[in-house]
Design a protein. Structure first.
Length: 390
């Protein structure tokens, strides 16, 4: 005796068959029992098939997620920081040294120098790479929303307000990147300091302390020491953030790498826009190299994107550049002067480094440090004053 197996939609997906009985022939009652068994079997089979399909889909998603995370880590690790200049290589070495630690980092530099890229390199090079990287653009948040954005808010604090999780909680186990931290008001600074000191946060309208494990990376284009003097920034928060100080060089300090950056973005944007291969002429590259780039890497990136979108020729010439870039020509004399400045700066960095090492080795004893450096104590004091060293 055989009966059909039907799925949820009533479609026949198979049969349920019994071959014999111990005694006698099949009856109508046997058929009813078999129909009931077939219904249960059909449900079990379809459920098993759905479960197997979901399991395979989940495995595919896990593999895809792992691959995407691997690509993100590869993209934002230090290999994603371009440049052969010593200043940017110094940044790369420091990022590699501090990535797999838990220390807070203060990243400083002009707008467009890649501070957020450095923060991503630190996070994705650390043991927290599998955990969230949460970014807060402090300058974009009004003071009225800043506290709830950072620490969260409880339901019912105001009419129509639902409970919301703050950025500190979202970053628990991972990294919190506070961009343009120099724009925070004093009240928010005090609350961030408490969160860093005690590793707890309290939502707006709440009375419960919530423990968080967060590594904080902060960035600013302001001189925070000057802001401290003006009483616009808390000194205790400054030193809490500045466990490691990372200085991002401006693009004009890395002019020899400008052709490298320009060609990198040219390749990237022609591929993204499907524009076919393009290349810079020599005079175009010279103009790009001689320009001061007040907007740094971000300005260069936007200029290359504009060129790719508007230039139809394969060869990108001087006339394809913006007028401000075309007319920025550095004379040979200016080039010689800048070379002298570079040498003077290198000598200053070397002397400052030697003084710091000597003072550290001699436990800040100026007399012993001066003797170690082959200077008189007065000579050492003069050099320290000249370099603004305390």
């Amino acid at each position: 005796m055989a009966v059909p197996l039907k799925n949820y939609e009533g479609e026949i997906v198979g049969t349920f068959e019994v071959l014999n009985k111990k005694k006698g022939s099949f009856t109508g009652h046997d058929e009813e029992i078999l129909q009931a068994l077939a219904s249960n079997a059909a449900v079990a089979i379809e459920t098993a098939q759905m479960f197997q399909g979901l399991k395979e889909h989940r495995d595919e998603l896990v593999e895809e997620n792992t691959q995407l995370r691997r690509e993100v880590i590869d993209k934002f690790a230090t290999g994603g920081i371009l440049g052969t200049n010593e200043k940017i290589q110094k940044v790369v070495r420091l990022v590699e040294q501090i990535s797999d630690t838990t220390v807070n980092v203060l990243i400083v530099g002009e707008s467009g120098t890649g501070k957020e890229l450095a923060a991503k390199a630190i996070h994705y090079g650390s043991s927290r790479a599998q955990q969230p990287l949460v970014t807060v653009h402090c300058a974009a948040l009004p003071d009225t929303l800043l506290e709830s954005e950072l620490f969260g808010i409880e339901k019912g604090v105001a009419t129509g307000v639902d409970r919301r999780t703050g950025k500190f909680e979202l970053a628990d186990g991972g990294t919190l990147f506070l961009d343009e931290i120099g724009d925070l008001n004093i009240v928010a600074q005090a609350k961030i300091l408490r969160a860093l000191q005690e590793n707890v946060v309290e939502r707006v309208g709440g009375n419960k302390s919530i423990p968080v494990d967060v590594r904080v990376l902060a960035a600013t284009n302001k001189d925070l020491e000057e802001e401290i003097k003006k009483e616009n920034f808390r000194e205790d928060l400054y030193y809490r953030l500045k466990v490691v100080h990372l200085q991002m060089p401006s693009l004009r300090e890395m002019s020899s790498d400008i052709p490298l950056f320009a060609n990198h973005y040219l390749s990237q944007f022609t591929s993204e826009m499907g524009k076919g291969e393009k290349e810079f002429s020599r005079d175009a590259l010279e103009c790009l190299t001689n320009y001061g780039w007040p907007g740094n890497i971000r300005e260069l990136e936007n200029e290359i994107k504009r060129i790719v979108a508007t230039c139809r020729r394969r060869a990108i010439k001087k006339e394809d550049l913006l007028e401000a870039i075309r007319t920025s020509v550095r004379s040979a004399r200016q080039g010689e002067h800048s070379l002298k400045e570079v040498v003077a700066e290198a000598v200053e960095d070397l002397e400052k480094g030697m003084i710091l090492e000597a003072m550290d080795a001699c436990r800040n004893n100026q007399l012993r440090a001066a003797a170690k450096l082959g200077l008189s104590r007065q000579g050492l004091i003069k050099k320290m004053k000249r370099y603004g060293m305390k």
